[in-house]
Design a protein around this ligand. Structure first.
Ligand code: FAD
Length: 254
């Protein structure tokens, strides 16, 4: 992307170009456009998850499939988490999370591109858990290490008149409070309202207004996420989760 008059010229890998008066970066955690606004980078949160997929879950992991019932499983123990999600195509995905240094798995010599090594590493991690989880690991594929990063809570930058961002590009956070997509959708709504509002004298002011509110809102969500991540990877994770579900039930009743 390069400045072009008052706007931007964007080059795509395909060789095509686009001209834009305003660019809204919605290109996720590894945004290529964010650096045009700020050099602030995400920090490592101290937790890494191992992600993998099981296809045809009903056939390959029948016990877990029956437990899932098309929904999610959150399992906790020994300060580790195992989050299993049903997918619409009959597959399931799981995230096995634990606190470890940023390059802890790499330094331990496990090559996660080798499914046999990845499976062995996870089986070691959960060796003391119930044997039901073993069928999950035995049939898993697409193993990926996911070190969890978060944008600094106090991040700030000067608004530009023709460039802004939303979603993970603006406020990447781990998934342990389930707020990332919610924030991204609210960003889109608030940004569009600001851009269309007669309240602001120009686009620059509208973007500055949106970004100020977005950063405040994201700061609260990121703080809640880091607190939740900490609690869910502590010895009292089950108590914490039970309390959240309990308060949710109370909210529904009210
Ligand atoms: C395991 C897990 C569970 C989650 N659970 C929840 C939850 O329960 N609730 C919740 O609210 N959030 C949840 N999230 C977070 C949520 O998925 C993200 O916050 C959300 O997807 C961010 O949306 P986004 O549009 O900003 O980025 P993305 O969804 O990452 O979309 C960015 C898009 O930009 C495209 N792109 C990137 N670079 C380029 C490029 N150079 N050129 C063209 N296109 C590009 C990508 O292909 C992608 O389609 C979870 C995340 C994970 C990993």
């Amino acid at each position: 992307m390069a400045a072009d008059g008052g706007g931007w010229k964007i080059a795509f890998q395909s060789g095509s170009f686009a001209a834009a008066d305003i660019v809204i970066a919605a290109d996720g955690a590894n945004s290529k456009i964010r650096p045009y606004l700020t050099g602030i980078k995400p920090f490592y949160t101290g937790l890494t998850a191992i992600e993998a997929v099981v296809y045809d879950a009903a056939i390959n992991t029948p016990r877990i499939h029956r437990l899932l019932k098309g929904g999610k499983i959150f399992a906790f123990g020994e300060s580790k988490s195992l989050i299993v999600s049903s997918k619409g195509d009959g597959s399931l995905a799981f995230y096995a999370g634990r606190k470890i240094s940023e390059h802890g798995y790499r330094d331990s010599g496990v090559d996660f591109s080798d499914p046999a090594q990845a499976r062995f590493a996870v089986e070691q991690e959960f060796a003391s858990w119930d044997s039901i989880w073993l069928e999950l690991f035995a049939h898993a594929t697409s193993w990926t290490l996911r070190p969890q990063y978060c944008m600094p809570l106090d991040q700030a930058w000067d608004a530009l008149p023709n460039l802004t961002m939303l979603g993970d590009a603006a406020h990447l956070m781990p998934p342990y409070a389930g707020e990332g997509a919610n924030m991204a959708m609210l960003d889109a709504l608030e940004l569009s309202l600001a851009l269309l509002s007669a309240e602001f004298e120009d686009v620059h002011t509208a973007i500055a207004h949106y970004e100020k509110n977005m950063r405040e809102r994201a700061k609260a969500a990121m703080a809640m996420t880091l607190e939740s991540m900490e609690q869910l990877h502590s010895p009292s994770a089950i108590d914490y989760m039970t309390q959240i579900i309990g308060s949710g039930e109370a909210w529904e009743r009210d």
